[in-house]
Design a protein around this ligand. Sequence first.
Ligand code: AP5
Ligand code: MG
Length: 246
Amino acid sequence: MLALDPPARQSVRERPTVAAKANDEGKRRVRVVLVGPPGAGKGTQAEFIAEHFDIPKISTGDIFRSNVSGGSDLGKLAKKYMDAGDLVPDEVTNAMVRDRLAQDDAKAGFLLDGFPRNIAQAYELDSMLGDLGTTLDVVLDLEVDNEEVVRRLSGRRLCKKCGHVWHVEFDPPKVEDVCDKCGGELYHRDDDYPETVRHRLDVYVSQTRPLIEFYDQRKQLVGMDAHGPVEDVTERAIESLAAFAD
Ligand code: AP5
Ligand code: MG
């Protein structure tokens, strides 16, 4: 199951990215939520999409992880849930996102990666945006099958310093365990071990996947095949989102 035979492909860093090309043509803003199962590539794509549209990437998982490594009270609380593969309680997560969305850089647009994660959080997001006098433009669902999720998560490595996401087979750094971008040390996420991954997938199915139907009924959902090389997925994602940008 975990034996990997990835297709040969050019690294995303060895050729101009879609984002770099499009930024030359002018920046456009969008308010977007990324959804998809663990390992779908939300964090990977969030970085490129945010750069392309010049919007802040707001990743609840990243904010929790930086609190865990900083040893804050929020980090101590979140770690218990994250290590078990469970959701951090809504009241904690909602308050954190409310604060972040109220910051100036999120006024013209934002990308939410990992929030909302259940229907209650989706209603809370409505309330946050209503209070800020704005609305969501689109929810982009990154669709990948379970086998691909396992392949992606089993080889994932994160940079301790800048948070960039690598993959030992599909997107390896030039020097093993060292981030090309900032020289930081790479690490394996505590919740990427098989048993926790299985539980995270169950939590996704029971709590997060109902959001697909929820946003589809609201006509805010765009589904996208997220298989294939990172740069091809980025290109398709940006094309899908461009229609909603102003
Ligand atoms: P979070 O960090 O959000 O984890 P997740 O949703 O499980 O998603 P992942 O980060 O695992 O996957 P991803 O889709 O970002 O994939 P990635 O781009 O890294 O949440 C962690 C925990 O925090 C939760 O379990 C919960 O406890 C808590 N939490 C967070 N938000 C919360 C909320 N709203 N409410 C309550 N609790 C919350 O890619 C995976 C790998 O694949 C990488 O190695 C990458 O290099 C590789 N890859 C990506 N794209 C491709 C491609 N196209 N081809 C080949 N490889 C690829
Ligand atoms: Mg992620």
